[in-house]
Design a protein around this ligand. Structure first.
Ligand SMILES: CC(C)(COP(=O)(O)OP(=O)(O)OC[C@H]1O[C@@H](n2cnc3c(N)ncnc32)[C@H](O)[C@@H]1OP(=O)(O)O)[C@@H](O)C(=O)NCCC(=O)NCCS
Length: 158
C-alpha cells in the first residue's frame, strides 16, 4: 500500500514541478532549488517556493474611488506575486466590504473559505470574514487580471 502511494507521489512530482525545475523554482526571488552531489551524481534535492502572498491594506481615499486606482493596485500586487514565483495571492474581507469584494471577484479572485471573526464581537454579531484566493499557476482559471490599467503602475513605499 505504502509502496503504491510512494510511486504515485513520485510520478506526480515528476509530472509537475520537477519536470520544469527552472520554471517552477527559478522564476522569483523567493524560490530556490538545491541539489546534493556526490562524485558528480545528484543524490539529494530540496526546493523552496513562496506558496501564497497575503494582500493587505487595500484602500483608496474616498474622493478618488471608482476611477480604477484600486484595480491598478490589486493588479500590481498580483504581478509582483507572479514575478516572485508565488502560487497564489490570498486576502481576507469583511462581509460589509462590498466594493472590495466586487473588485476582487471581477479580477478573478475566488471565495476560498468563510469563517466567523474569532472575537466576542464576531460571534455576537455573526461577523463573517471571507478569505479570497487568486491562483497564479492557472489551476482554477482566474480571469485576466494582470493586464495594465489606465492608472499604470502605482508606486509604493515599503
Ligand atoms: C475597495 C476599494 C479599495 C476600491 O478602490 P477603487 O479605486 O474605488 O476601485 P476601482 O475604481 O478600481 O473599482 C471600484 C468599482 O466600483 C465602481 N464605482 C463607481 N463609482 C464608485 C464610487 N464612487 N466609489 C466606489 N466605487 C465606485 C467602479 O466603477 C468599479 O467597478 P467597475 O470596474 O465594475 O466599474 C475602495 O472602495 C476602498 O478603499 N474601500 C474601503 C476599504 C476596503 O474595503 N478595503 C478592502 C480591504 S480587503
Amino acid at each position: 500500500m505504502l509502496g503504491t502511494l510512494g510511486r504515485t507521489y513520485i510520478q506526480h512530482c515528476l509530472n509537475t514541478d520537477l519536470r520544469h525545475i527552472t520554471a517552477a523554482y527559478g522564476a522569483g526571488a523567493g524560490a530556490r532549488f538545491w541539489v546534493a552531489e556526490v562524485d558528480g551524481c545528484v543524490v539529494g534535492t530540496v526546493g523552496v517556493r513562496p506558496v501564497a502572498l497575503v494582500l493587505k491594506r487595500m484602500s483608496v481615499r474616498r474622493g478618488y474611488r471608482g476611477q480604477g486606482i484600486g484595480t491598478a493596485l490589486a493588479r500590481t500586487a498580483l504581478a509582483f506575486a507572479a514575478q516572485r514565483g508565488c502560487k497564489a495571492v490570498v486576502l481576507n474581507t469583511l462581509m460589509v466590504q462590498h466594493e472590495a469584494r466586487a473588485l476582487y471577484e471581477r479580477l478573478g479572485f475566488r471565495r476560498h473559505r468563510q469563517y466567523v471573526l474569532p472575537t466576542v464581537y464576531g460571534y455576537l454579531a455573526n461577523c463573517t470574514i471571507t478569505m479570497y484566493r487568486y491562483e497564479l499557476d492557472g489551476s482554477e482559471g482566474n480571469g485576466p487580471a494582470l493586464g495594465g490599467g489606465d492608472w499604470g503602475t502605482p508606486t509604493w513605499t515599503q
